[in-house]
Ligand binder design. Structure first.
Ligand code: ATP
Ligand code: MG
Length: 306
């Protein structure tokens, strides 16, 4: 069963998101330090806005190691928040799935970009011919590659609620126009660069969500934008194996689509609109999901997951 955030010596637990537990290091005076955070990725998996009660073994380590690898690949494009991922600051009990990061003032926009058409982007396109207000060529089908990545931001919904797409004017109201342009440019470039690297390694990144923060104390007229949270993982992105890509229908994938399929199967007996918690996941599904996460990690990084 999914466990609560562990107690960690030298750290004070601040908050738990759906997947990560956040801690502040405690200083010599016994007070939590304000400028750093320990971000611990759990094995929890969320689907349809529910945190499933069955954890996926090793998922926290896979996500953390994959994000670290990507932060390095993207370093010349955007600075990232990681200060340390091993060494004395990382408690042994969470080693491999914890990172010490700069504590940032998070930008209140979920920065989504789409390089391929599916999901919510496809639904909007079918209705209007546009995605997040950007007009696209006619006749595109599920899984088609877009001429170039499109920025499709959404709101940061409070816990338990669904993020909703927001338009340019709404983003401008939240962060101002210059910041919206910067977020759009960074997000689409991260996805484009991600795909240059991933596609060669057999993975298509159809779309992704990134989060940015502002370095505290940076000049408001020239704010320093830092890539935070996680980046280009199967939790934050749709990953498709290159060899299975065939526009015209739902693509086989590495991400949670697999778990979603199990949940939506009538045999599971769960109604996603009931508001009730999903049933426990059979062990076989949890292990197959683990294998998918590991396979995505190994394909992308070329490393063996140990
Ligand atoms: P929510 O926090 O709304 O539940 P989530 O379920 O995606 O969203 P997690 O990924 O589980 O959240 O938790 C990570 C949390 O840490 C997010 O709220 C994210 O915005 C925040 N975060 C990530 N990096 C930083 C950082 N460098 N400084 C401050 N906050 C950060
Ligand atoms: Mg998150």
């Amino acid at each position: 069963m999914t466990s609560a955030a562990p107690e960690l010596d030298g750290y004070r637990h601040l908050y738990s998101g759906k997947v990560r537990d956040l801690y502040a290091p405690v200083g010599a005076d016994g007070q939590p330090l304000e400028d750093r955070l320990l971000l611990v990725a759990s094995d929890r998996l969320s689907a349809f806005d529910h945190v499933l009660r069955t954890p996926i073994p090793d998922k926290g380590r896979v996500l953390t190691q994959l994000s670290l690898w990507w932060f390095e690949q993207l370093e010349d494009l955007v600075p990232h928040h990681v200060l340390a991922s091993d060494g004395p600051e990382i408690p042994a009990s969470v080693a491999g799935r914890a990172v010490l990061v700069r504590r940032l003032e998070m930008v209140p926009v979920e920065c989504v970009a789409r390089a391929y058409l599916t999901g919510g982007g496809l639904r909007e396109y079918v209705e209007t011919g546009t995605v997040s207000g950007v007009r696209l060529p006619e006749g595109l089908v599920d899984g088609d590659r877009l001429p170039e990545p499109v920025f499709t931001p959404s709101s940061k919904a409070p816990a338990g609620q669904h993020d909703e797409p927001i338009d340019e004017a709404q983003v401008d109201a939240l962060v101002g126009e210059p910041m919206r342009r910067l977020l759009s440019s960074l997000t689409t470039r991260i996805l484009a660069r991600g795909n240059e690297i991933a596609t060669e390694r057999g993975v298509i990144i159809a779309d992704t969500k990134v989060e940015f923060g502002l370095a505290p104390g940076s000049d408001p007229a020239d704010p320093q934008v830092v890539l935070a949270d996680e980046v280009l993982t199967p939790d934050s992105s749709r990953f498709w194996p290159v060899e299975g890509w065939e526009p015209g229908h739902t693509q086989p994938s590495y991400d949670k689509e697999f778990v979603r399929e199990w949940l939506l199967d009538p045999a599971t007996g769960w109604d996603r609109h009931s508001g009730e918690a999903p049933p426990p996941m059979p062990e076989a599904i949890a292990l197959r999901t683990r294998a998918k996460y590991v396979e995505a990690y190994e394909r992308l990084t070329g490393r063996t997951f140990s």
